[in-house]
Design a protein around this ligand. Structure first.
Ligand SMILES: [Zn+2]
Length: 500
């Protein structure tokens, strides 16, 4: 089966994640990375040709997402909320193991948010519908208060473990999650059945860099083929490209990805602090489209002047303000953790995770600062795909993670041997005496600017995965999320039960 999308914008891993659902594609990717010479593709069947083009350019696309998330306030805000969810959820997990509150607990209903909102009788019914336990004991789920809609104070300081304080934690996690939803889905940019959302602006930014990469590798014909295929097969990028094409049309331009990349850059870099929801990338895109239809555009102008003009005409923040805000937002996270978490005695998070979380978020903040410096020094280098693809040594180096959905990759070496090659094997199992790897990190050497240790990135990603597993309805089924959750609870001898 053809795989269209090997990346998938997943900011839970600080780096680049590639997902493979078939081993053939993984091998082809490996071959391409080793040779760095464009492999012949013109004679391949249509679907295979598209798959090959996707594979050879996916890295450029995903690295762009990584960089954009470090520059855009949107990226910093989502990251901040994820950390909030995580910290509260880790604290919440100690309630599960509290002998006083949960003396005989043997199962955890997930996603917890769904369970929390069930009534007493719905919960009883649920438990009654479960198959009997292997050891003959009755199902004993974690003790969770019944949901009531109220505002609770944000957590500060330690408190005794009671159902009341558990309720506060649940509200805190839920609120952080709702704030992520507000950022990722903006009802302002929905018209009838058509919806244009921030992730699509991020995708445009990634796609134009990818087009450029393909253009360098194969020339215009393959870029045309690639773009046509996306539109014809209605892949997830089709709407975004359609909307981008309309913007070009509005100013009387042919589809021009160099110009559109600049547009996407401006749209991603809005300051929420100054503009509120007008900073949302898809709102900026819609408003800029209207402005350009009125004013037209002079492509001879330097980018800085165009940007200043757009910000001034629309009365919104400048990209400089946004990038400065991003840097400040990221840098606040480790200090907040330090103040709120590490100083609290008897906190589970403080004992087990504070060090990792503070170290990693501080490294992420340094990475954002380095990106801000590089960007502000020469915005054009970043925004023009041609120069960006040639300047990767000036931007932050990501870790490169491979994920094999369900099937795993059969390796010719043991995990120890793989680690000697510099890989970090995250998830692996033995099958018929061979090592089957489900997820690993390989060294990537794009630039000397390295901040987050790959082990820390992987560890944090597992914790985010655990958060999704326990709490979220969205993303719950993803294999990396399931793995992180199931392993954690298996070790704790708690059985997660899925609430539908
Ligand atoms: Zn993407």
């Amino acid at each position: 089966m053809t795989q269209y999308d090997f990346g998938g914008f997943d900011p839970t891993f600080f780096g680049v994640s590639l997902n493979f659902s078939n081993l053939g594609a993984a091998r082809l990717f490996d071959r391409w990375r080793k040779t760095q010479v464009p492999l012949p593709i013109a004679d391949l069947p249509v679907d295979d040709r598209f798959e090959a083009l996707s594979l050879f350019s996916v890295l450029a696309h995903e690295v762009r997402h990584f960089h954009d998330a470090l520059l855009a306030p949107y990226g910093a805000m989502v990251f901040h909320r994820r950390i909030q969810m995580l910290v509260n959820l880790l604290e919440l997990s100690t309630y599960l193991f509290d002998d006083h509150l949960n003396p005989n607990v043997n199962c955890l209903p997930v996603p917890l948010e769904r369970w929390w909102r069930l009534t007493e009788s719905q919960r009883t019914q649920w438990i009654a519908g479960l198959p009997p336990r292997a050891d003959g004991t009755p199902w004993q789920p974690m003790n969770v208060p019944l949901f009531n809609d109220r505002t609770t104070p944000l957590m500060s300081g330690p408190r005794p473990r009671t159902l009341e304080s558990l309720d506060e934690l649940l509200h805190a996690v839920s609120r952080a999650r709702a704030q992520i939803s507000d950022l990722t889905f903006n009802p302002q940019t929905v018209r009838g059945t058509a919806s244009f959302q921030p992730w699509q602006v991020f995708e445009l930014s990634g796609l134009f860099v990818q087009f450029q990469e393909l253009w360098q590798m194969y020339g215009p014909e393959e870029v045309q083929f690639f773009g046509d295929y996306i539109m014809r097969e209605r892949t997830p990028y089709a709407t975004a490209l359609f909307v981008a094409g309309k913007l070009c049309g509005a100013v009387g331009l042919e589809f021009n990805w160099g110009f559109l990349s600049i547009v996407a850059g401006w749209c991603l870099l809005g300051s929420y602090k100054r503009d509120g929801w007008n900073a949302c990338p898809s709102v900026r895109f819609a408003r800029l489209t209207e402005l350009l239809a009125e004013d037209g555009v002079d492509l001879e102008q330097p980018i800085e002047r165009l940007f200043a003009h757009w910000s001034q005409r629309l009365r919104v923040s400048t990209i400089e303000e946004a990038v400065t805000e991003t840097r400040a937002l990221y840098s606040r996270i480790p200090s907040q953790l330090e103040a709120k978490v590490a100083s609290v005695k008897n906190s589970f998070v403080a004992k087990e995770y504070a060090e990792l979380l503070i170290r990693t978020t501080a490294d992420v903040a340094r990475a954002s600062a380095a990106m801000a410096d590089a960007f502000l020094h020469a915005p054009e280098t970043y925004l023009v795909p041609y120069s960006y693809n040639r300047a990767s040594d000036q931007f932050v180096n990501p870790s490169l993670r491979f994920i094999f959905e369900s099937l795993g990759a059969d390796m010719d070496a043991t995990p120890e041997e793989l680690e000697q090659r510099g890989w970090i094997v995250r998830w692996a199992l033995q099958r018929d005496g061979r090592t089957v790897v489900l997820s690993y990190i390989q060294p990537l050497e794009l630039s000397p600017l390295k901040f987050v240790a790959p082990e820390d990135a992987a560890h944090l990603s597992d914790l985010f995965g655990l958060t999704e597993f326990v709490f979220s309805e969205l993303g719950h089924e993803r294999s990396d999320v399931q793995r992180a959750g199931r392993v954690f609870f298996h070790e704790a001898q708690i059985e997660p039960i899925q609430v539908f």
